[in-house]
Design a protein around this ligand. Structure first.
Ligand code: CA
Length: 360
């Protein structure tokens, strides 16, 4: 290359770099932190925030950076709402029903016993008024709440003994948290809360007789199937939706395009978690059945389910009598489920019923 050409190239490079540095000089980089309830390795629950951070960085060309902290870092797995509210973290990832002791109106946005399926509930969130009610509930906590990934229907849990009647539940020691725990307590179950890391030993030693966790994909790592062979089908968490929390003040400081990127990435990663968990459960269930052929899938007898439903309805009626937003959310969910279930019955349900009949 001649000296003259080289000079031209050098000049072009200099101009280009000057132009680009000018262009980017105005582009502020937003550095956010997200705290989640789970340790980083607890996938698929811990997957959405970690995938979110990656795609938000790429989509924003590095203008929005989100650092994800697992529970081992912040040490406050059940303090996420407070940390986001106070702005210590701009974002959180958790489960709305963890805050029911603080504010009963947050209970309804994860999953309710005898409630909607994943398809019904997601439709309620995005098209049936659920999102509006959720923002209304979280407004006083100064955060936005968004769906953060669904586990789909959760299994009713691992039991050491078969449950043949309501009497078999009396005095049974079980780990089952939240609203479902209140229902079980009404039926005479001795409900205990034991940290995740101690559950296997508690079940093995008989400190508890039964427990619920999630579904095959997450249960297999816990090993409960090795010591409690009765695997009951679900009733209490038909579609547990995790939750993204965003500090409203921080969100409003973002330029419009970054807000759009963030909201889209939250919706995408929530959608993705459902698929990841479904796949994990399908694979784990094949493996479990093969390695532990003594596992028996059981449905609670109808009289037992009826008693559970009765206890549920009494607890809901008590909440509904509070009126206000609580009543508004309960009514909205009830009305939406009633309408959506009619469609589920003649679509997914009858399709599956007929396909299963053909297998036989
Ligand atoms: Ca559960």
């Amino acid at each position: 290359m001649k000296m003259k050409t080289l000079g031209k190239v050098a000049l072009a490079v200099a101009v280009a770099s000057l132009l680009s540095s000018n262009a980017f000089a105005k582009e502020k980089v937003y550095k956010w932190k997200l705290a989640m309830t789970w340790p980083k390795q607890l996938t698929p629950l811990a997957s959405p925030p970690q995938k979110l951070a990656k795609i938000v960085k790429e989509m924003s060309n590095g203008r929005l950076i989100i650092q994800v902290h697992g529970k081992n870092k912040h040490k406050a797995p059940l303090g996420i709402l407070d940390m986001v509210k106070l702005g210590q973290y701009q974002m959180g990832h958790s489960g709305s029903y963890y805050w029911k002791g603080k504010d009963i109106n947050t209970l309804f946005f994860t999953s309710m016993p005898f409630g909607m399926t994943k398809a019904e509930q997601t439709s309620w969130f995005y098209y049936g008024g659920g999102m509006e009610l959720m923002q209304k509930a979280y407004k006083k906590h100064k955060v936005y709440s968004y769906p953060g990934g669904n586990t789909g229907v959760q299994m009713g849990g691992w039991f050491k003994k078969e449950i043949k009647s309501v009497d078999d539940l009396k005095g049974l020691k079980m780990r089952i948290p939240g609203f479902a725990g209140e229902i079980m307590a009404k039926l005479g179950v001795s409900v205990t809360n034991i940290p995740a890391g101690e559950l296997y030993t508690a079940l093995e030693r008989g400190t508890i007789d039964a427990l619920e966790w999630v579904g095959p994909g997450m249960d297999i790592k816990m090993g409960f199937h090795k010591i409690a062979p009765y695997y009951y089908t679900g009733w209490h968490e038909p579609a547990s939706e995790m939750q993204y929390l965003v500090n409203i003040k921080a969100f409003k400081k973002l330029p419009k395009d970054l807000q759009a990127i963030l909201v889209t990435a939250m919706k995408y990663t929530a959608y993705d978690m459902y698929n990841e968990n479904f796949d994990a459960s399908a694979n784990a269930w094949v493996k479990m059945k093969k390695e532990y052929p003594n596992i028996k899938v059981k449905e609670f007898p109808l009289p037992v389910l009826k008693e559970m439903k009765k206890a549920n309805d009494e607890l809901i009626a008590k909440l509904e009598s509070k009126g206000g937003l609580t009543k508004e959310i309960i009514e909205s969910q009830r009305n939406y489920m009633k309408k959506a279930r009619e469609w589920t019955k003649i679509s997914e349900y009858l399709y599956l019923k007929n396909m299963i009949a053909l297998e036989k």
